[in-house]
Design a binder for this molecule. Structure first.
Ligand SMILES: Nc1ncnc2c1ncn2[C@@H]1O[C@H](COP(=O)(O)OP(=O)(O)O)[C@@H](O)[C@H]1O
Ligand SMILES: CSC[C@H]1O[C@H](OP(=O)(O)O)[C@H](O)[C@@H]1O
Length: 402
């Protein structure tokens, strides 16, 4: 719904965000509103408007006509705001408790007005501090099964599914992923960003023909397999949580793509945490890795058995084939995410905030190696326990850092 249809796009300030909140009657007349821009992501403004009378708040997220982290030299479509709001609503139809409520949207202003989740913590930040989120992997496993199944050909009439593929066509944001995850890190490209101490490892990646062949296959899958409406950027910075709640935010990269992509990105960001931890601290992350996959796969398998639109659902072996394909795809996509978060344009705080240089470089090398192994060996890795075993092999080298 266009709430202020006559408005031309202008980027909001803290003052104009408050005026907009009043204009949209988001608060009672007597409210005393304050505003803070809290966006720490790469692309958008996020304004938190709070009523000082009772502490209640709303979020106004606004897309800029360029990528915030780069500046005006990287123009970017404002349509991403509509995609994000529509994806939140579509995923909310199936996983209402796991996404923020959307109150208003306005395409001209490229804004989404949504539920304030400030009582929760961004999972990446919390995990770095050692906080634990007991429900995280069950909730994300369920979110993945619910959103990916219910937007797929298994659950939708073919006409409805293809209409959604059109609605969620998101070429500019997909191009970012195609470049930053599936291409640039594997070539000597100007967007790459890594410490000189990684030069030898990076050049090995650039010269690894077998690795590049497998990345090419994964990129092709991303480009061509319109399996389900993906979140499109499901890293631990896109998840808010507490001990009781989990909410997935920021689906502006949503589009119809391969199911394993969302799973792989989430697993990769857990794997980064595993790599940065020692001893027993790793077990909780390994538990989340295992439980994300087992929750997703058991729920998704159950849904497949009930599919209204899959004529082959009772053919022996077919559902097992689907789950195996999703698993191997997920591992490959996880590998690409691990490599791009280490040497590509957009890094992760889990690794970059490690102050001890020797340790940081060693862990980045481990991350690159793990990414490479997941990509190249994904078809041979036959269970989530085998992934955890592979992570366990890192322990020995890790113990020689200090
Ligand atoms: N609904 C929300 N409630 C509270 N804070 C939010 C909400 N959405 C985003 N934020 C804050 O803004 C930050 C950036 O949001 P995000 O959607 O990830 O932006 P970007 O698209 O720029 O990556 C988040 O890390 C979080 O701190
Ligand atoms: C210049 S976009 C880089 C990177 O940023 C996005 O993440 P987020 O919006 O969560 O900060 C996405 O991962 C892109 O690949």
């Amino acid at each position: 719904m266009a709430v202020v249809a006559t408005k031309q796009y202008q980027s909001l300030t803290q003052e104009s965000a408050i005026s907009l909140a009043s204009e949209l009657s988001l608060f009672p007349d007597e409210a005393k509103l304050t505003c803070e821009e809290i966006g720490d992501g790469n692309l958008n403004y996020v304004f938190l408007i709070t009523d000082q009378m009772n502490g209640s708040g709303v979020i106004i997220k606004q897309a800029l006509p360029y990528a915030k982290v780069i500046g005006e030299s990287w123009p970017l479509t404002l349509k991403r705001a509509k995609i994000e709001a529509s994806a939140l609503k579509k995923h909310g139809e199936y996983a209402a408790d796991l996404v923020p409520k959307v109150y208003e949207t306005d395409e001209n202003l490229a804004i989404t007005v949504m539920e304030d989740l400030s009582h929760l913590t961004i999972v990446r930040e919390g995990l770095i501090k050692g906080e634990s989120y007991p429900k995280l992997s069950t909730d994300i496993g369920n979110y993945l099964a619910l959103t990916l199944y219910h937007t797929s050909d298994f659950a939708l009439h073919p006409f409805e599914k293809k209409a959604l593929v059109i609605e969620f066509s998101n070429p500019e944001l997909c191009k970012i992923t195609e470049d930053l995850i599936f291409t640039d890190p594997f070539f000597d490209h100007e967007t790459n960003d890594f410490e000189p101490a990684l030069q030898v490892e990076v050049e090995k990646i650039w010269n690894n023909k077998l690795l590049k062949l497998e990345v090419a296959k994964l990129k092709r899958s991303f480009l061509t397999e319109a399996e389900a409406l993906l979140h499109g950027d499901l890293h631990t910075g896109s998840v808010f949580a507490s001990e009781e709640e989990t909410k997935v935010i920021d689906p502006e990269f949503a589009f119809y793509g391969p199911i394993g992509f969302d799973i792989g990105l989430f697993l990769a960001n857990l794997i980064v945490q595993s790599i940065t931890r020692e001893g027993k601290q790793r077990d909780v992350i390994h538990g989340h890795i295992r439980n994300t996959w087992t929750t997703f796969s058991s729920k998704f398998a159950g849904f497949l058995e009930l599919s209204e639109f899959d004529s082959f659902k009772d053919i022996e072996g077919y559902n097992a084939f689907l789950l195996e394909k999703i698993f191997h795809d997920s591992l490959g996509f996880a590998g690409c995410e691990l490599i791009r978060r280490t040497i590509g344009l957009a890094h992760v705080k889990d690794l970059d905030s490690i102050e001890n240089e020797k340790k940081r470089i060693l862990l980045k090398k481990q991350t690159l190696k793990t990414g490479e192994r997941l990509i190249v060996s994904r078809q041979e890795i036959d269970s989530i326990d085998a992934v955890i075993e592979l992570l366990g092999e890192i322990k020995y080298e890790y113990s020689i850092i200090d």
